[in-house]
Design a protein around this ligand. Structure first.
Ligand code: DHB
Ligand code: FE
Length: 301
Protein backbone atom coordinates (compact mmCIF):
# COMPACT_ATOMS: atom_id res chain seq x y z
CA UNK A 1 0.00 0.00 0.00
CA UNK A 2 1.09 3.59 -0.48
CA UNK A 3 2.43 5.33 2.62
CA UNK A 4 2.56 9.04 3.46
CA UNK A 5 6.05 9.70 4.81
CA UNK A 6 5.65 13.38 5.61
CA UNK A 7 4.62 16.83 4.57
CA UNK A 8 6.52 19.92 3.49
CA UNK A 9 5.27 23.49 3.50
CA UNK A 10 7.35 25.95 1.52
CA UNK A 11 7.25 29.42 0.02
CA UNK A 12 7.26 29.55 -3.81
CA UNK A 13 8.50 33.11 -4.57
CA UNK A 14 9.63 33.30 -8.25
CA UNK A 15 12.79 35.29 -7.34
CA UNK A 16 14.07 32.05 -5.74
CA UNK A 17 14.25 30.57 -9.27
CA UNK A 18 16.29 33.53 -10.46
CA UNK A 19 18.69 33.16 -7.51
CA UNK A 20 19.13 29.44 -8.37
CA UNK A 21 19.75 30.25 -12.06
CA UNK A 22 22.39 32.79 -11.02
CA UNK A 23 23.96 30.50 -8.36
CA UNK A 24 23.31 33.00 -5.58
CA UNK A 25 22.32 30.47 -2.91
CA UNK A 26 25.23 31.46 -0.66
CA UNK A 27 24.93 35.22 -1.09
CA UNK A 28 24.18 36.99 2.23
CA UNK A 29 20.64 37.86 1.09
CA UNK A 30 19.81 34.28 0.11
CA UNK A 31 21.80 32.10 2.52
CA UNK A 32 19.34 32.34 5.46
CA UNK A 33 16.62 31.03 3.15
CA UNK A 34 18.47 28.35 1.15
CA UNK A 35 20.29 27.18 4.29
CA UNK A 36 16.87 26.22 5.64
CA UNK A 37 16.78 23.42 3.06
CA UNK A 38 19.96 21.63 4.21
CA UNK A 39 18.04 19.45 6.64
CA UNK A 40 15.24 18.90 4.11
CA UNK A 41 17.82 17.56 1.62
CA UNK A 42 19.26 15.23 4.25
CA UNK A 43 15.76 13.98 5.10
CA UNK A 44 14.72 13.51 1.46
CA UNK A 45 18.01 11.67 0.77
CA UNK A 46 17.17 9.29 3.61
CA UNK A 47 13.44 8.88 3.03
CA UNK A 48 13.51 8.80 -0.79
CA UNK A 49 9.86 9.48 -1.68
CA UNK A 50 8.57 8.01 -4.96
CA UNK A 51 5.75 10.49 -5.42
CA UNK A 52 5.01 14.09 -4.41
CA UNK A 53 1.38 15.20 -4.15
CA UNK A 54 1.66 18.98 -4.47
CA UNK A 55 -1.06 21.38 -3.27
CA UNK A 56 -0.43 24.75 -4.92
CA UNK A 57 -2.21 27.68 -6.51
CA UNK A 58 -2.00 28.47 -10.19
CA UNK A 59 -1.22 32.17 -10.81
CA UNK A 60 -2.64 32.50 -14.33
CA UNK A 61 -0.53 30.04 -16.34
CA UNK A 62 -2.96 27.12 -16.63
CA UNK A 63 -6.13 28.78 -15.35
CA UNK A 64 -7.09 32.41 -15.76
CA UNK A 65 -9.78 34.54 -14.14
CA UNK A 66 -12.28 33.62 -16.88
CA UNK A 67 -12.35 29.95 -15.80
CA UNK A 68 -10.98 29.17 -12.37
CA UNK A 69 -11.78 25.89 -10.60
CA UNK A 70 -11.82 25.88 -6.81
CA UNK A 71 -9.99 22.53 -6.77
CA UNK A 72 -8.29 20.92 -9.80
CA UNK A 73 -6.41 17.61 -9.85
CA UNK A 74 -3.78 16.77 -12.46
CA UNK A 75 -4.18 13.42 -14.24
CA UNK A 76 -1.57 13.89 -16.95
CA UNK A 77 1.43 11.84 -18.02
CA UNK A 78 3.62 14.90 -17.61
CA UNK A 79 3.41 18.51 -16.47
CA UNK A 80 5.21 21.20 -18.43
CA UNK A 81 6.11 24.69 -17.30
CA UNK A 82 6.06 27.69 -19.64
CA UNK A 83 7.42 31.21 -19.57
CA UNK A 84 5.26 33.07 -17.03
CA UNK A 85 6.93 36.42 -17.56
CA UNK A 86 9.09 36.39 -14.41
CA UNK A 87 12.33 36.17 -16.41
CA UNK A 88 13.03 32.65 -15.14
CA UNK A 89 14.40 29.80 -17.23
CA UNK A 90 11.54 27.46 -18.18
CA UNK A 91 11.66 24.58 -15.71
CA UNK A 92 12.13 20.93 -16.61
CA UNK A 93 9.00 18.85 -17.07
CA UNK A 94 7.68 16.80 -14.16
CA UNK A 95 6.53 13.22 -14.75
CA UNK A 96 2.98 12.35 -13.71
CA UNK A 97 1.47 9.18 -12.28
CA UNK A 98 -1.98 9.10 -13.89
CA UNK A 99 -3.09 5.86 -12.24
CA UNK A 100 -2.64 7.39 -8.79
CA UNK A 101 -4.21 10.67 -9.97
CA UNK A 102 -7.36 8.83 -11.09
CA UNK A 103 -7.50 6.91 -7.83
CA UNK A 104 -7.37 10.22 -5.91
CA UNK A 105 -9.99 11.75 -8.21
CA UNK A 106 -12.36 8.80 -7.71
CA UNK A 107 -12.04 8.92 -3.94
CA UNK A 108 -12.46 12.73 -3.87
CA UNK A 109 -15.67 12.56 -5.87
CA UNK A 110 -16.94 9.77 -3.60
CA UNK A 111 -16.18 12.11 -0.70
CA UNK A 112 -18.38 14.75 -2.43
CA UNK A 113 -15.59 17.04 -3.65
CA UNK A 114 -16.68 18.49 -7.01
CA UNK A 115 -13.22 18.81 -8.50
CA UNK A 116 -11.97 19.60 -11.99
CA UNK A 117 -9.89 16.80 -13.52
CA UNK A 118 -7.06 17.86 -15.80
CA UNK A 119 -5.51 15.46 -18.31
CA UNK A 120 -3.50 18.36 -19.66
CA UNK A 121 -2.07 20.84 -17.19
CA UNK A 122 0.76 23.36 -17.18
CA UNK A 123 2.39 23.96 -13.79
CA UNK A 124 3.69 27.37 -12.73
CA UNK A 125 6.32 28.58 -10.26
CA UNK A 126 4.16 27.39 -7.37
CA UNK A 127 5.12 23.82 -8.37
CA UNK A 128 8.50 24.27 -10.07
CA UNK A 129 10.20 26.43 -7.40
CA UNK A 130 9.44 24.00 -4.53
CA UNK A 131 10.66 21.10 -6.74
CA UNK A 132 13.92 22.97 -7.44
CA UNK A 133 14.31 23.70 -3.72
CA UNK A 134 13.74 20.08 -2.72
CA UNK A 135 15.92 18.50 -5.40
CA UNK A 136 18.53 21.03 -6.54
CA UNK A 137 20.85 20.29 -9.44
CA UNK A 138 19.08 17.15 -10.63
CA UNK A 139 18.85 16.43 -14.37
CA UNK A 140 15.34 15.07 -13.78
CA UNK A 141 13.07 15.27 -10.72
CA UNK A 142 13.45 12.01 -8.74
CA UNK A 143 9.69 11.80 -8.05
CA UNK A 144 6.49 11.61 -10.06
CA UNK A 145 3.91 14.18 -9.08
CA UNK A 146 0.18 14.74 -8.65
CA UNK A 147 -0.42 18.51 -8.75
CA UNK A 148 -3.58 19.70 -7.00
CA UNK A 149 -4.49 23.32 -7.58
CA UNK A 150 -6.48 25.27 -5.00
CA UNK A 151 -7.97 28.64 -5.93
CA UNK A 152 -6.33 31.26 -3.70
CA UNK A 153 -6.62 33.95 -6.38
CA UNK A 154 -10.22 34.86 -7.27
CA UNK A 155 -12.79 35.26 -4.50
CA UNK A 156 -14.78 33.47 -3.21
CA UNK A 157 -12.00 31.17 -1.99
CA UNK A 158 -12.58 27.83 -0.24
CA UNK A 159 -12.44 28.06 3.57
CA UNK A 160 -9.56 26.81 5.72
CA UNK A 161 -11.88 24.04 6.96
CA UNK A 162 -12.70 22.97 3.40
CA UNK A 163 -9.02 22.75 2.47
CA UNK A 164 -8.25 20.74 5.60
CA UNK A 165 -11.05 18.33 4.61
CA UNK A 166 -9.73 18.14 1.05
CA UNK A 167 -6.34 17.15 2.46
CA UNK A 168 -7.93 14.53 4.72
CA UNK A 169 -9.76 13.00 1.78
CA UNK A 170 -6.51 12.91 -0.21
CA UNK A 171 -4.67 11.37 2.76
CA UNK A 172 -7.20 8.53 3.05
CA UNK A 173 -7.14 8.04 -0.72
CA UNK A 174 -3.33 7.78 -0.84
CA UNK A 175 -3.34 5.21 1.94
CA UNK A 176 -5.89 3.08 0.08
CA UNK A 177 -3.74 2.99 -3.07
CA UNK A 178 -2.63 -0.54 -3.75
CA UNK A 179 1.04 -0.04 -4.60
CA UNK A 180 4.08 0.25 -2.34
CA UNK A 181 4.85 3.92 -2.87
CA UNK A 182 6.37 6.42 -0.48
CA UNK A 183 4.42 9.65 -0.82
CA UNK A 184 5.48 13.14 0.23
CA UNK A 185 2.72 15.75 0.49
CA UNK A 186 3.68 19.35 -0.27
CA UNK A 187 1.85 22.64 0.31
CA UNK A 188 3.34 25.68 -1.39
CA UNK A 189 3.11 29.47 -1.06
CA UNK A 190 2.79 31.86 1.88
CA UNK A 191 3.45 32.80 4.44
CA UNK A 192 2.23 36.37 4.97
CA UNK A 193 2.57 38.60 1.92
CA UNK A 194 0.69 41.10 -0.15
CA UNK A 195 1.93 42.03 -3.61
CA UNK A 196 -0.29 44.95 -4.54
CA UNK A 197 -2.59 47.72 -3.31
CA UNK A 198 -2.07 50.09 -0.40
CA UNK A 199 -0.82 47.23 1.83
CA UNK A 200 1.82 45.98 -0.67
CA UNK A 201 4.77 44.61 1.30
CA UNK A 202 2.58 43.68 4.28
CA UNK A 203 4.07 40.95 6.49
CA UNK A 204 2.80 39.66 9.87
CA UNK A 205 5.44 37.66 11.75
CA UNK A 206 3.33 37.05 14.84
CA UNK A 207 0.47 35.59 12.80
CA UNK A 208 2.84 33.45 10.70
CA UNK A 209 4.30 31.95 13.90
CA UNK A 210 0.80 31.18 15.16
CA UNK A 211 -0.12 29.53 11.85
CA UNK A 212 2.99 27.34 11.86
CA UNK A 213 2.49 26.36 15.52
CA UNK A 214 -1.19 25.52 15.13
CA UNK A 215 -0.60 23.77 11.81
CA UNK A 216 1.52 21.23 13.66
CA UNK A 217 -0.43 20.69 16.87
CA UNK A 218 -4.04 21.61 16.10
CA UNK A 219 -4.82 22.58 12.48
CA UNK A 220 -8.55 22.47 13.25
CA UNK A 221 -8.03 25.54 15.47
CA UNK A 222 -7.05 27.60 12.41
CA UNK A 223 -10.49 27.03 10.89
CA UNK A 224 -11.78 29.74 13.27
CA UNK A 225 -10.49 32.32 10.78
CA UNK A 226 -12.76 33.31 7.90
CA UNK A 227 -11.12 34.12 4.55
CA UNK A 228 -11.61 37.91 4.99
CA UNK A 229 -10.04 37.65 8.47
CA UNK A 230 -7.15 35.61 7.05
CA UNK A 231 -6.55 38.19 4.28
CA UNK A 232 -6.53 40.93 6.93
CA UNK A 233 -4.00 39.04 9.07
CA UNK A 234 -1.76 37.44 6.40
CA UNK A 235 -2.12 39.72 3.38
CA UNK A 236 -4.01 39.21 0.11
CA UNK A 237 -1.55 36.55 -1.07
CA UNK A 238 -0.98 35.15 2.43
CA UNK A 239 -4.10 33.06 1.77
CA UNK A 240 -1.80 30.71 -0.12
CA UNK A 241 -1.63 29.12 3.32
CA UNK A 242 -4.74 27.21 2.17
CA UNK A 243 -2.29 24.92 0.33
CA UNK A 244 -0.50 24.26 3.62
CA UNK A 245 -3.83 23.42 5.30
CA UNK A 246 -4.55 20.79 2.64
CA UNK A 247 -1.03 19.37 3.02
CA UNK A 248 -1.53 19.10 6.79
CA UNK A 249 -4.92 17.46 6.35
CA UNK A 250 -3.32 14.70 4.28
CA UNK A 251 -1.06 13.66 7.18
CA UNK A 252 -3.13 10.87 8.63
CA UNK A 253 -0.73 9.60 11.30
CA UNK A 254 1.11 11.06 14.28
CA UNK A 255 2.54 14.37 13.10
CA UNK A 256 5.84 15.73 14.37
CA UNK A 257 7.68 18.90 13.43
CA UNK A 258 11.00 17.75 11.95
CA UNK A 259 12.28 21.14 10.83
CA UNK A 260 11.29 24.82 10.56
CA UNK A 261 12.94 27.81 8.94
CA UNK A 262 11.38 31.28 8.87
CA UNK A 263 13.01 34.31 7.28
CA UNK A 264 11.82 37.84 6.45
CA UNK A 265 11.79 38.89 3.67
CA UNK A 266 12.38 37.00 0.47
CA UNK A 267 11.15 39.45 -2.16
CA UNK A 268 7.81 40.61 -0.65
CA UNK A 269 7.20 37.45 1.32
CA UNK A 270 7.78 36.05 4.79
CA UNK A 271 9.57 32.88 3.66
CA UNK A 272 8.90 29.67 5.55
CA UNK A 273 9.94 26.05 5.24
CA UNK A 274 8.31 23.50 7.56
CA UNK A 275 8.93 19.76 7.38
CA UNK A 276 6.46 17.46 9.15
CA UNK A 277 6.98 13.80 9.90
CA UNK A 278 3.98 11.48 9.63
CA UNK A 279 4.21 8.33 11.70
CA UNK A 280 1.70 5.90 10.24
CA UNK A 281 -0.82 4.31 12.54
CA UNK A 282 -0.48 0.52 12.74
CA UNK A 283 -2.34 -1.09 9.86
CA UNK A 284 -4.38 -4.27 9.86
CA UNK A 285 -2.46 -7.15 8.37
CA UNK A 286 -2.73 -7.48 4.63
CA UNK A 287 -5.45 -9.95 3.73
CA UNK A 288 -7.50 -9.36 6.86
CA UNK A 289 -8.41 -5.76 6.13
CA UNK A 290 -11.69 -5.21 4.34
CA UNK A 291 -11.35 -2.24 2.04
CA UNK A 292 -14.25 0.05 2.77
CA UNK A 293 -15.54 2.52 0.22
CA UNK A 294 -16.92 4.66 3.02
CA UNK A 295 -14.11 6.34 4.98
CA UNK A 296 -14.43 5.70 8.72
CA UNK A 297 -14.34 9.35 9.63
CA UNK A 298 -16.29 10.69 6.66
CA UNK A 299 -18.67 12.55 8.96
CA UNK A 300 -15.74 14.40 10.53
CA UNK A 301 -14.06 15.28 7.42
C1 DHB B 1 6.01 36.73 -4.77
C2 DHB B 1 5.36 35.81 -3.95
C3 DHB B 1 4.47 34.88 -4.51
O1 DHB B 1 3.78 33.95 -3.77
C4 DHB B 1 4.23 34.88 -5.88
O2 DHB B 1 3.41 33.93 -6.38
C5 DHB B 1 4.85 35.80 -6.70
C6 DHB B 1 5.74 36.74 -6.14
C7 DHB B 1 6.99 37.71 -4.21
O3 DHB B 1 7.11 37.85 -2.97
O4 DHB B 1 7.71 38.33 -5.00
FE1 FE C 1 2.26 32.93 -5.03
Amino acid sequence: MARIIGGLGTTHVPAIGKAIAEHKENDPYWKPFFGGFDYVHEWLGREKPDVAVVFYNDHGLNFFLDKLPTFAVGAANEYRNEDEGWGLPVSKTAAGIPKLSWHLIERLVEDEFDITMCQDMLVDHAVTIPMALMWPGKAAWPVRIVPISINTVQHPLPSLARCLKLGRSIGRAIESYDEDLKVLVVGTGGLSHQLDGPRAGFINKEFDQLCMDELVRDPEALTRFTIPQFVELAGAQGVEFLNWMAMRGALTGKVTEAHRNYHIPISNTAAATVLLGNESRPRQQAGTAKVSRIPEDASAG
